[in-house]
Design a protein around this ligand. Structure first.
Ligand SMILES: [Zn+2]
Length: 469
């Protein structure tokens, strides 16, 4: 299968150039002016061609709870989230489709789904997400979200010791489950990649991390986790390890060039040096960090230290959307208020590079995707530069990153296959998806989380919030 996009605008060092891009066997075979038209011809006139972005951290099934969770910090927000998590694999399938649609229509060609598993139906949950991603055709990196400690262990104990209930599944059983899932679902040729993805230091034992390292080494898979999202987690790490979470993860060998870590809000300067030295990637989720009051990640410091940074939406219940361009915009300009030296501020072209190549690097796939380069996979997006939100004509990438692009994505290809054409997803019936999402939900504004009421007093006490005594 081959095709040629003619006369598309592509960014070059000196600005922009109009060029043809030829794709043969799912890969970019040539980029030049006036190429012979091999295969189907696609008109790229007045359109901007960019490499596909990576939605480098999300939890697809949170879509069922977007918009409803009140303003709460992570530790309480997650208690409510877990109380109402979907328990039907068909819902997981539908929210994976929804996540993919919104990612594709905001410039993404790959998604990292840190997938919440339905207890007792873990493999069915993964199968449902795999089915969705294969049907729609987005490149999927699925990291089943695993832990081996119960929710209350994720909070610092403060002065008092707390008893935690045992987790529902043993560490050994969880690792066996992951190995089964890898054997069953890891299929890069078909666009599905499995990741090892313990939720983070707050709910995982060293044995679980070490088992994940072993599996990622044996099957050559990437590693993922949350890292130091909140001040409470920073405190917890010191209680648990007597050192920072980053020092501990380095000690046990979890950090590597194929490790990506979501959030990284509360790192010390010495931690940043460790991140740079180990080659681990930071996934910046600015909207989630704002929504949950987690803090502002020191992204400019990471970049200056040589740490690779990419962007994620995080789950739709802490965002409450999956608009990747929105996350990129906020994640790029947010740091202008924390760092006075404007020469370090992120330029729109740097944002594009972080979202595309930065995302690919964090998945150990920079030689296969992340830039418009001959030999790389044809994962790219054509933006319609005649869209009202991208007019009048100034700097196309500036308009795309700093503006509020609506209906700007014209076409999307993943692995050489066209998924979106004329702004519409072609591989699935989006109207049917809308009907399913509508029919399986209801308008609602109030609900009572049992767990939040149980743990809130302790949270207020350890975080020294008013009225805790
Ligand atoms: Zn997350």
């Amino acid at each position: 299968m081959s095709f040629t996009i003619q006369n598309a605008l592509i960014p070059v060092d000196s600005g922009y150039e109009t060029a043809d891009v030829q794709v043969v066997n799912n890969c970019i075979s040539a980029i030049a002016q006036n190429l012979d038209s091999a295969g189907t011809v696609i008109d790229g006139k007045n359109k901007l061609l960019l490499p596909g972005f990576v939605n480098a951290h999300t939890h697809s099934s949170e879509m069922w709870q977007r918009g409803i969770i009140p303003p709460l910090p992570l530790e309480l927000w997650i208690a409510e989230l877990y109380d109402f998590t979907p328990l039907d694999p068909e819902q997981v399938y539908l929210s994976a489709l929804g996540t993919a649609v919104e990612t594709l229509l905001s410039g993404g060609t790959s998604v990292v789904d840190h997938l919440v598993l339905i207890p007792g139906q873990e493999l069915e949950t993964i199968a449902a997400a795999v089915r969705a991603y294969q049907e729609i055709g987005i490149r999927a990196f699925i990291g089943p979200l695993i832990q081996d400690e119960s929710l209350t262990a994720g909070m610092p104990a403060g002065d008092g010791a707390i008893e935690h209930a045992a987790y529902i599944r043993s560490t050994k059983a969880t690792l066996e489950l992951m190995e089964t899932a890898i054997k069953q679902f890891h299929n890069p040729e078909k666009g599905v990649n499995m990741l090892l993805a313990p939720t983070g230091i707050q709910l995982c034992s060293d044995a679980l991390f070490e088992g994940c390292i072993d599996l990622s080494d044996r099957y050559n898979l990437c590693r993922h986790a949350h890292l130091l999202e909140t001040p409470a987690q920073k405190q917890l790490a010191h209680e648990k390890y007597g050192c920072s979470a980053v020092e501990h993860l380095q000690k046990i060998g979890y950090l590597s060039p194929r490790t990506s870590l979501a959030h990284c809000v509360w790192l010390e300067d010495s931690d940043i040096a460790i991140m740079a030295e180990t080659g681990a990637t930071v996934v910046h989720n600015p909207l989630s960090n704002l929504r949950l009051g987690s803090g502002i990640a020191p992204i400019l410091k990471y970049r200056q230290a040589g740490v690779n940074v990419s962007f994620g939406c995080d789950g739709a219940a802490s965002n409450d959307s999956q608009d990747l361009l929105e996350a990129i915009k906020i994640g790029s300009i947010l740091h202008n208020i924390t760092d006075l030296d404007y020469r370090q501020w992120i330029t729109p072209r740097q944002s594009v590079e972080m979202a595309a190549l930065g995302g690919a690097k964090g998945l150990n796939a920079a030689d296969e995707m992340g830039s418009l380069t001959v030999g790389k996979k044809a994962d790219f997006v054509l933006y319609d530069l005649t869209s009202l939100s991208l007019l009048p004509r100034t700097d196309p990438i500036g308009l795309l990153i700093l503006g509020r692009p609506t209906n700007a994505v014209d076409s999307v290809w993943v692995n050489g296959k066209q998924i979106v054409a004329e702004g519409k997803v072609k591989t699935i019936d989006v109207d049917a998806l809308r009907r399913e999402l509508f029919d399986r939900s209801q308008w609602s504004s109030k609900r009572q989380s049992q767990t939040v009421s149980e743990i809130e007093a302790h949270y207020r006490q350890v975080m020294k919030l008013p009225g805790y005594a």
